[in-house]
Design a protein around this ligand. Sequence first.
Ligand SMILES: Nc1ncnc2c1ncn2[C@@H]1O[C@H](COP(=O)(O)OP(=O)(O)OP(=O)(O)O)[C@@H](O)[C@H]1O
Ligand SMILES: [Zn+2]
Length: 663
Amino acid sequence: METEQSQLKNSSTDDHDHGGIFGEKTELYFAILSGVFFFLGLILSKLTQLPEWTALSSYIAAYFFGGYFTLLEAIVKTRKGEFEIDFLMIAAAIGAAYIDSWAEGALLLFLFSLGHALEHHALNKAKKSIEALGELSPKTAMVRKGGTIKEVAVEDLQIDDIIVVKPNSQISADGVIVKGSSSVDQSSITGESIPVDKTAIAPDTKLPNFDQIEASNVVFTGTLNGDNLIEVKVLKLSKDTTISRLIKMVSEVETKKSPTQLQTKKFEKWFVPAVIVMVITLSFAHLVIDESVKESLYRAISVLVASSPCALAISTPSAVLSAIARAAKKGVLIKGGRALEDMGSLRIIAFDKTGTLTEGKPRLTNIMPMNGFNQEEFLEMVLDVESLSNHPLARAISKDIMSEYGTVNKHKSSDLQSIQGKGVRANYNGGSVYIGNVEIMKDAQIPVGLEIHQQMDELLQYGNTVMLVGYNDTLIGLISVMDVPRKLASQTLERLKKIGIKQMIMLTGDHQRVGDSIAKQIGLTDAKGNLLPEDKVKAIEELKQNNNKVAMVGDGVNDAPAMAISTVGIAMGAAGSDVALETADVALMSDKIESLPFVIGLSRESKRIIKQNLWISMGVVALLVPATIFGLANIGIAVAIHEGSTLVVVLNALRLLRYELKE
Ligand SMILES: Nc1ncnc2c1ncn2[C@@H]1O[C@H](COP(=O)(O)OP(=O)(O)OP(=O)(O)O)[C@@H](O)[C@H]1O
Ligand SMILES: [Zn+2]
């Protein structure tokens, strides 16, 4: 965690890390000192008869404290070949000193450094709420070794260690509960405030991959144990835990620039040189009009201050940062400004069916052995083969066959092959077993009679997913399962429609009829069934025509390619699933589909705020530049309005930290 933390600090504060002798607040104190010396200089020169050098040295002190960090930053940036605001400010202050306007120069540096310090302070607020994610994870764990329990640092935890988690204490590892049951507050990861019931996994279960263990047996680092003592088997090293990965990703996110940010950067690239040219030209105004050199320079410097695009530069990043921090608090990882902005202009959303719109926990509804096979033989064969597969359908089938029929797995099958979107094949008792849809039977040249088709239709009509079972060249039976829509699916879709999502469509590998049935239950108009993973990709490509922004919501298992090609790939239930975390642009840590409207609402609000900020910052420049050219505003006014607008845009962006979706 330690390294994670410092990494976050480095990457997130990039060129804005102003530490110093007073610690974090040094920048602010320096700005205040600059102000004190500015006013002292003003008093000395205007209200006392003291020699001139006293006021001058006070102004010089103001220059020092006000210019210190600005100069440092200007140097760093100039070295990188960027001429930005800090550079312009230093130039303006030097210019002011040159024409003996020390008071104005000191005021400029004082206000600029104060504005800057406040702006950093405000932005830190957003960063802090991201860093706070990491502070939640405990530093040590109680490990059980034989009869004793020892406290060790989380970095020293090994895979398969057993840790003991006391009631109401934080869990220090990602793992599976092996003893006890409790309710766990997972809000630090998923944002859901209601604790989730967790139980121990059945003893002597052969553990599948971490992603595939039942959610009710899994616990995550940084979540809070409820009232009971539990023992957890460690399945991830401290550096690989969900929360560490999350923090790492959020902190990387900031460095990825959003489209608007790239545009403003481009704009600044020609704007800043243009300002420099204009200012240089203006400083020669005395050659054309009747005024002193000093007057020309004074005007040029005022214009320089007025036209510095300070507010513009901070407009977008501050909003993106605040929005990402807000989302993270709600258990949603948004991977960067691009994803955020795209999501704000979504028109179309495609959903995977299983596990996205449905619970993803199908229950066995029918078994029908045929062609001379008895039920016992049939069930044994199906259980044997399906227990080798990781597909959600397979897991549901094997689970229910064992619990409802008491069938025991004899482990007679081998060489399982998964045929994408169709089913599975395996060796069993010297023959071949096929389980899947009509397609796989066709491929294996197993005839499916008219009567069977009728039986299937009957079941499909009620939303059952039907699978056929073939042995060698004969159809030997049929199994059906049923998955139920998520409780809040229809409500969520309605909400999405209300906030202006034009088209919502289901893409599924399941039969068209099943897709239609589920679609009808949740009030979805479009469902496309019988899709292979590559058909899902094609479907997304079609939806993307006419420049439409299309999101694909899925679990990242058989829809990862479709998610990858969509404008925004949104993964559900990403906590614990490395694949989903990696491939998605937006990851909902919980599998709560009802977070979608919130995220989309937040993205829209961010877009709105970014737009407002751009108007404010450009508007101020547009008014202030002519005002300074025509002498309507002096340096003092220019600096004050300029810094004021910078603070306004930052504060405007920070509103996103408190965003809630309106009912
Ligand atoms: N292990 C399996 N056992 C039995 N049938 C399977 C298996 N894997 C796939 N199938 C068959 O292939 C079909 C398509 O599977 P696929 O994984 O593409 O989609 P799905 O899980 O049904 O739905 P979704 O695309 O909504 O996630 C399934 O409906 C099922 O009939
Ligand atoms: Zn700075």
